[in-house]
Ligand binder design. Sequence first.
Ligand code: HEM
Ligand code: HEM
Length: 176
Amino acid sequence: MEPVRYSAVARALHWLIAGLIVAAFVLGLTVDDFPKPYVSAVVNVHSLLGLAIIVLTLVRLGWRLTHQPPALPAETSALIRRASHLVHQLLYLLMLLVPMIGIPTLLYRGRGIDFGVFQMPPMFARTPEIFHPLTDVHGYAAYALVALALGHVAAGLYHQFILKDDLLSRMAADRR
Ligand code: HEM
Ligand code: HEM
């Protein structure tokens, strides 16, 4: 029989990555509001969160492609099936694209990354003609990711509270 919920690994990765995206987004938006001496550290934490998102999303995609997701309820229309697949695919795409664009955005600011146990030194000179447009693209792509995620959340809440089909339990923690 097909499972009716996502596996524990898929659920853990879903919520971990969602939390990291929210944290990275908030830090990205507020980095310029921190007192100057803290900006480098905040950019570094932001970048580490983003790199973790890339790694965890690749692990998640690997898991997704090798494990069967729970089937949607039989009454789900073909249009809704297609729409939900499309949104999920776009979410995965942006979950990789946004942080990947972040990497050159960081490097062309003449910054390296401090991983704690080792440091990656700066690779390029600080080049505003390159990092300004890259920051814009990185920022707009991040807005697109968060907007899509909000639409995704709205769809989840619609299922839960209007359709009352308990869709959220497919991705929720165990209830005791
Ligand atoms: C999903 C992950 C990420 C999200 C949601 C995100 C989001 C953002 C946002 C909203 C901004 C502000 C853009 C603006 O001011 O127009 C920003 C700035 C920035 N991000 Fe990210 N980002 C992510 C991952 C990364 C990664 C992996 C790196 C580098 C390795 C990175 C490096 C930067 C840098 C250098 C800035 C500019 C900071 C400054 O103004 O000094 N980001 N990010
Ligand atoms: C940054 C935030 C989020 C991102 C990037 C995200 C991403 C995703 C992705 C890519 C999937 C598809 C899973 C797959 O089939 O491989 C998914 C499924 C799901 N998500 Fe999220 N999600 C986020 C936040 C949330 C929140 C806050 C909720 C709660 C309302 C939620 C509820 C669900 C549910 C119920 C499913 C399963 C849908 C189904 O069974 O077809 N997600 N999410």
